[in-house]
Write a protein that binds this ligand. Structure first.
Ligand SMILES: CC(C)(COP(=O)(O)OP(=O)(O)OC[C@H]1O[C@@H](n2cnc3c(N)ncnc32)[C@H](O)[C@@H]1OP(=O)(O)O)[C@@H](O)C(=O)NCCC(=O)NCCS
Length: 390
């Protein structure tokens, strides 16, 4: 391997391995160098305490991290079933060490580690070749709406909007918990978000009240491609929860208050109420996968075990009899008796998590009884990472 005019011997590299406390300052400097616009990444490293599972993984050269990846375990409640997810973020390699395969090695190590630690789905905040070569794909189904001024008429009476503060953390937590699909979160995570305004650039958080009672919240931020451009008159919705009628009213109000040229919103396909209210008002969008992300199911049998209550609610006892979900290497299979649908990991990930027809052809779904079972289970509902963005 060559670094500038020096030769790098594999033996000089230390890792991949979890970061050590004494390496945190250098890790923060590496993140600052690689993500100059993302103050949140550095802040996260400054306040880092090694978690029980996951955490920052590094490759070091001469005692200094030169490539690093953050692994963050979480769970998503899918109509009450808890699905174990590991998010990958903060992927970076020092400019002098790029193109040597360090990020590839580290990602491979992290994938094996997070799988061994119990994750079923790996979610990466990025779409580059580094991730697609590791079998990750764009997936999930959203309608991406770009609202322009005057497009939505204000039509909700007695609606008011106020900026959210740390005192609203319990309220936001309650509203979030009522969502049919949501990350398992503690109220402290909302409080921490309100205390860290730099987490999302130009983040504005709103509480929506109807006849004086809080009924929804809307968190917005600067779309990522604006980088540190603070004056930009565009925002995207990072996360929302609560009354859909109130939310539609609030979108117009937020645009007017911030004098926005556009407000972007990715609505999961199963959020039919919000989509209906928008369509009814003549607002439609494009069908896209989860913005800026790739993903891969890393443990298919485990994922389906996590979703057991979901499966039990959707299939009859006789449909469930003999139903198996298997994975061996990159061959993923759904089996029932003589019937078998076998796909590679990327195609199975898209079948299970969904993907808009505009992006990829549907997987060759089995016909007959197995076909009916697959149609009853998949795609799973989609979800915005929101405050769990990494
Ligand atoms: C993306 C990044 C982490 C890759 O790290 P790396 O250790 O060089 O990666 P590897 O050598 O294992 O993988 C090959 C990647 O390096 C690129 N590469 C190859 N030779 C290179 C060189 N001489 N210089 C820079 N990049 C090179 C490849 O194109 C490939 O990138 P791809 O994902 O676009 O296909 C690194 O470029 C980086 O830190 N970029 C800035 C931060 C960033 O954008 N992170 C990703 C967020 S999604």
């Amino acid at each position: 391997m060559e670094i500038g005019d020096r030769r790098l011997k594999i033996g000089e590299l230390d890792g991949p391995r979890p970061i050590r406390r004494e390496e945190l300052a250098a890790s923060g400097r590496l993140a600052g160098l690689c993500f100059p616009d993302a103050a949140g990444v550095m802040e996260e490293i400054r306040t880092y305490t090694p978690p029980r599972r996951g955490g920052i993984q590094v490759i070091c050269h001469r005692g200094v991290p030169v490539s690093q990846i953050g692994v963050y375990h979480s769970r998503v409640s899918v109509y009450g079933s808890l699905l174990r997810v590991a998010s990958i973020g903060g992927v970076c390699t020092h400019p002098d060490y790029r193109g040597l395969g360090l990020a590839t090695r580290l990602l491979d190590y992290c994938t094996r580690k997070l799988t061994a630690e119990g994750a079923r789905l790996m979610l990466i905040s990025g779409m580059r070749g580094l991730y697609t070569r590791a079998g990750c794909v764009t997936a999930q189904k959203f309608e991406y709406i770009v609202l322009k001024p005057g497009q939505l008429r204000p039509g909700v009476d007695d609606l008011s909007l106020r900026p959210a503060t740390e005192a609203d953390a319990p309220l936001c937590d309650r509203l979030y918990q009522t969502e049919p699909v949501h990350f398992a979160r503690r109220v402290e995570e909302f409080a921490a978000h309100f205390r860290r305004p730099e987490e999302f650039t130009k983040a504005e958080d709103w509480i929506i009240e109807a006849t004086g009672r809080p009924v929804a919240y809307l968190f917005t931020g600067l779309p990522w491609e604006y980088g540190g451009e603070s004056g930009a008159d565009a925002r995207e919705v990072i996360e929302y929860a609560g009354s859909r009628v109130a939310l539609v009213g609030a979108l117009t109000e937020v645009m007017a208050r911030l004098n926005l040229r556009e407000l972007r919103l990715a609505v999961p396909w199963q959020d039919v109420d919000l989509l209906h209210l928008l369509h009814e008002r003549g607002v439609t969008g494009d069908h896209i996968p989860l913005v800026g992300h790739t993903m891969r199911i890393v443990n298919f049998p485990g994922l389906m075990r996590d979703l057991r209550p979901y499966v039990r609610a959707r299939l009859t006892r006789s449909q469930r009899r003999g139903l198996r979900f298997q994975q061996e290497g990159d061959r993923y299979a759904i089996v029932r008796g003589e019937e078998r649908l076998e796909l590679d990991g990327a195609t199975m990930t898209r079948l299970v998590m969904g993907v808009p027809a505009e992006v990829a052809h549907e997987a060759p779904v089995a016909s007959g009884a197995l076909g009916e079972i697959i149609a009853a289970l998949f795609p799973l509902p989609s979800f915005l990472p929101g405050l769990n963005y990494r």
